[in-house]
Write a protein that binds this ligand. Sequence first.
Ligand code: HEM
Length: 239
Amino acid sequence: MTRVTRLIEPVRTAPAGTRPRGIRSRIGWIFVLLTALAVAAYAAVPYFTASLETLAGSPGLAGDYVDKPPFVQAALYAHIAGGAVALALGALQFWKGLRARAPRVHRWAGRVYLAGVAVGGLAGLVIAPTSSAGYVGFFGFTALAVLWLVTGWRAYRAIRRGEVRSHQAWMIRNYALTYSAVTLRIWLPLLVFAPLLFGQTPDFDNAYAVVPFLAWLPNLVFAEWLIRRRGLPSYRLPV
Ligand code: HEM
């Protein structure tokens, strides 16, 4: 048994003072898994089955990229491929049964996941400055990409050092950021159509100006809450 296998295999019981994970966590995980797979398929697959020109008339941002330089278009494709792989694989990594019964699968899926994050994150840094959300898109998506890369790196470094609980905490943060691809697509239609409640017309531009931050900031707060609830090492600001 390798060193890393030994580190991953034990299934821990919740430490004193924390509640054991039950049916609610399982339902939550299944919801995350299904929504992640749905968005990976719905948002990403069209880009690999039709050209940007063909997609330009359909919902999504493909039309904004038709006239962009080839390296930006290439970065968009790399970003979507890396992001979709990470989104689809990442949720499976939190399946305790897989970690306990097939640690090799967990390790290999983890490497592919982190490669997806690296490719998706670096390519995200290239496309963020061209975002149709302007400065908010630039700052919001760039911050997200940097945090995505840094949390992925910290998760990898923790497991290489044998710090399993720290690895779990960093992976929860990292996947909360990956999952912003889903939360963005939940927030966006809600915000676009919210003006209807006040008798006003739906407004895409206004809504899209908020999501570059709203897509991930609440996810990070939720991740930190989950980490504390599970008794994992939570983040402390240096004092
Ligand atoms: C978590 C870090 C992520 C960052 C920083 C990020 C950043 C970006 C940026 C800047 C754009 C272009 C937006 C614009 O032009 O206004 C974009 C588009 C896109 N991203 Fe991501 N993204 C992330 C995660 C993901 C994931 C996990 C997926 C997986 C499906 C994904 C799929 C897409 C798709 C499909 C588009 C094209 C937009 C559309 O047609 O709806 N992204 N992303």
